[in-house]
Design a binder for this molecule. Structure first.
Ligand code: NAD
Length: 366
């Protein structure tokens, strides 16, 4: 396979970063900068092969373009992956080398945390470049995005409940949450505070025990959570969770959760959910709170303003449901078409990067 045949073939730029001194091997994929500089987290993963890493970074960076476009952010889509074992490779020099590669892109790509990358890692990256978000070391850094992601998911669930069940609140409804890690835990707190009954499952026994005590949640096994009798099934753990086997078991009329890439096969499984009469909240729309949060960091972080914008996911979600009904298409397709329309209007081929004058969030058209 030729190098330009990887992924979706519509990426602007893919950068391979190699630093033998520290063992850093990373790939930065810039999918589209029509709306602004490409922002997306860095994933540290022990990929089985370099091909797997390329496919992952291409797919994830493309997803970021759509996420930013539907969230109404003036940002493009990008992502980076670091290849290897985080437990063996992480060091100050390692992340400083990564920071220098990002800096060389002059603001076309801005990084943040993703799987296996922590705020303290990004604080090191920030010693070499200002094109980094989700840090705590710089005044105005926004830190961990999980609480705001959870707030956005909560708003998205409320929009689903309004649209599908005609209710203004989750009070008295049963919500089954799969995965009570960083996002799932905060989400349970929001739901419980508004009176929802919770059913939870996680492979981490300590995590479920904590939520069970704090929110009076019923704990079930990880095999049972999908088929619980609930009003909402909220996947907050794994990608690919909506597949032939799970869709056959789901009883909830609504699926709305934080996990990325929930549909194993975007086209087929999106359609299967429609046929089962299940309302699906497109993952990259409902989980955009974290991206909204780091986008605020670029213009001078204000937690209240970021929260307010994350709550806007409620309206975005209703807009998507209306579009899906009007065009008689699945919800995931409807959100894709909203993103594509925005990109088209902004003028494909127009490329932007973040100015050195970071505080003014000045995009330069290049
Ligand atoms: P996390 O690692 O803190 O939590 C995930 C939880 O899922 C863990 O507690 C883990 O034990 C549990 N889990 C793993 N396998 C499971 C299984 N088979 N069944 C049940 N539980 C299982 O991650 P997170 O930051 O809470 O993110 C959750 C999801 O949301 C991920 O898919 C992530 O990509 C997505 N997401 C997160 C953010 C964010 O701000 N953190 C933003 C957007 C999307």
């Amino acid at each position: 396979m030729g190098i330009f045949d990887f992924g979706t073939q519509d990426h602007e730029q893919v950068v391979f970063c190699n630093d033998p001194a520290t063992g850093l091997k990373a790939i930065i994929a810039i999918h589209d900068t029509t709306l602004g500089p490409a922002l997306g987290g860095c994933r540290f993963w022990n990929y089985k092969s370099e091909e797997d890493a390329i496919f992952d970074v291409m797919r994830l960076s493309r997803g970021m373009t759509y996420k930013a476009a539907v969230a109404g952010l003036d940002l493009g889509g990008g992502k980076s992956v670091i290849i290897g074992d985080p437990a063996k490779l992480k060091s100050e020099d390692f992340f400083r080398a990564f920071g220098r590669f990002i800096n060389n892109l002059n603001g076309r790509y801005i990084t943040a945390e993703d799987v296996n990358i922590k705020v303290e890692d990004m604080n090191i990256v920030a010693k070499e470049t200002s094109y980094v978000t989700g840090i705590s070391s710089r005044p105005g850094g926004s830190g961990d995005p999980s609480p705001i992601t959870a707030l956005g998911v909560f708003a998205g669930i409320k929009a689903c409940v309004k649209h599908k069940l005609g209710k203004n609140s989750v009070d008295g409804l049963t919500i089954a949450v799969q995965g009570v890690g960083s996002v799932g835990h905060h989400l349970c707190q929001y739901l419980s505070k508004e009176g929802a009954k919770l059913i939870v499952a996680d492979i981490n026994n300590e995590a479920v025990k904590a939520i069970s005590l704090e929110c009076n949640a019923q704990v079930v096994s990880v095999d049972e959570i999908v088929s619980e009798n609930a009003d909402v099934f909220s996947p907050c753990a794994l990608g690919g969770i909506l597949n032939d086997a799970s869709i056959a078991k789901i009883k909830a009329p609504i699926i709305a959760g934080a996990a990325n890439n929930q549909l194993l096969d975007e086209d087929r499984h999106d359609q299967m959910l429609v046929e089962k009469g299940i309302l699906y909240a497109p993952d990259y729309v409902i989980n955009a709170g974290g991206l909204i949060n780091v986008a605020h960091e670029l213009k001078g972080y204000n937690a209240d303003a970021a929260k307010k914008e994350a709550l806007g996911i409620y309206d975005t979600m209703l807009k998507i449901f209306n579009e899906a009904e009007k065009k008689k298409i699945p919800t995931h397709k409807a959100s894709n078409s909203i993103a594509e329309a925005r990109l088209k209007e902004a003028g494909k081929g127009q490329s932007r990067r973040l100015d050195k004058n970071f505080d003014n969030q000045a995009w330069i058209t290049v």
